[in-house]
Design a protein around this ligand. Structure first.
Ligand code: HEC
Length: 141
């Protein structure tokens, strides 16, 4: 009887450690993506979208509008890599200038940038998965 209780306790403890380890691995990946994404954003994006994501007047749209990003989740990877030449309305303001492509961005770069912009400037989109981003990027054109 005593052995059985010990056995159960042991199993539960192992499970807890296992789950904990997985969670912190995800957290580490997220933190790494976020930090790298910030560096990439500073290099490739902030000239237009500003360090705080507020954009520039009616020329460059802000990245602070969670509604637009959420509605276009499936397109974000393509926008980041291939730019956008559309007419969009964000926060009541119409934007119709062209965002250039940054084709040198790899799938991991795009994922990291999405983790950064998706969780900065008031956005809380959670993490992005590179496999998902890769398959979106393949379908862009
Ligand atoms: C040369 C200026 C410029 C650069 C550099 C640029 N963008 Fe844009 N971005 C724009 C413009 C202009 C639009 C709107 C395009 C349109 O109206 O079709 C836009 C639209 C967007 C959108 C969709 C609309 C919104 O505000 O949510 C996202 C997301 C975005 N850009 C992210 C990025 C990211 C990430 C980078 C860096 C990899 C980047 N942009 C680099 C000018 C730029």
């Amino acid at each position: 009887m005593r052995n059985r209780v010990l056995y159960i306790l042991f199993t539960v403890a192992c499970l807890c450690i296992f789950i904990q380890a997985c969670q912190s691995e995800q957290e580490i990946t997220y933190a790494r993506y976020y930090v790298n994404g910030k560096g990439l954003y500073e290099k490739y994006c902030q000239n237009c979208h500003a360090p705080d994501g507020s954009g520039l007047k009616n020329l460059y749209p802000p990245l602070t509008d969670t509604v637009y990003m959420k509605d276009n989740l499936g397109k974000l990877a393509c926008i980041v890599k291939y730019g956008l030449n559309d007419t969009i309305t964000i926060g009541g303001q119409v934007y119709d200038s062209k965002m250039p492509a940054t084709t040198e961005l790899t799938d991991i770069d795009v994922t990291q940038i999405l983790v950064y912009i998706g969780n900065s400037f008031g956005n809380k989109l959670g993490t992005f998965d590179m496999k998902e981003v890769s398959s979106q990027v393949k379908e862009c054109r």
